[in-house]
Design a protein. Structure first.
Length: 135
């Protein structure tokens, strides 16, 4: 194997409005022991930033620990080594595996709503940033 400039750490920014909770947790590439955390700013649009492992092949988003939380997401941007910034298409979030959550995509407003139906909800899936459009 030859070294790649795409191996290391990148950043992911998520523009979201989370109704309640204290923490937003992100796992990348199945690194269950090393999640990234950011404090939730409830009830307002806020940009959350996380480090992600590269090359990035999976994501798990845990936006709140409280049942009954509504999460609105209007953008997710990936800044990965060796690539121009990429916009994760929000429509794919509706296809993510869910636990204690329901996910709907509003194509009119290009926005996702995640509704927690249980405590410690999450959504997760494999991802392919090389196929995503520029941010």
């Amino acid at each position: 194997l030859t070294p790649s400039s795409n191996i290391g750490t990148g950043t992911m920014t998520i523009d979201a409005n989370i109704s309640q909770g204290s923490r937003f947790i992100v796992y990348s590439n199945d690194a269950w022991a090393a999640p990234e955390r950011d404090a939730v700013v409830p009830g307002t649009w806020h940009t959350y930033q996380f480090s992600v492992s590269t090359p990035l092949h999976s994501l798990r988003l845990d936006p709140s620990e409280i049942s009954g939380t509504t999460v609105l997401i209007r953008s997710i941007t990936l800044n990965l080594p060796g690539q121009s910034p990429k916009a994760l298409p929000l429509s794919i979030l509706a296809k993510f595996l869910t636990n204690g959550a329901s996910v709907t995509y509003d194509s009119t407003n290009n926005q996702v709503q995640i509704q927690s139906t249980g405590p410690n909800m999450y959504i997760m899936s494999g991802v392919d940033p090389s196929s995503y459009p520029p941010a």
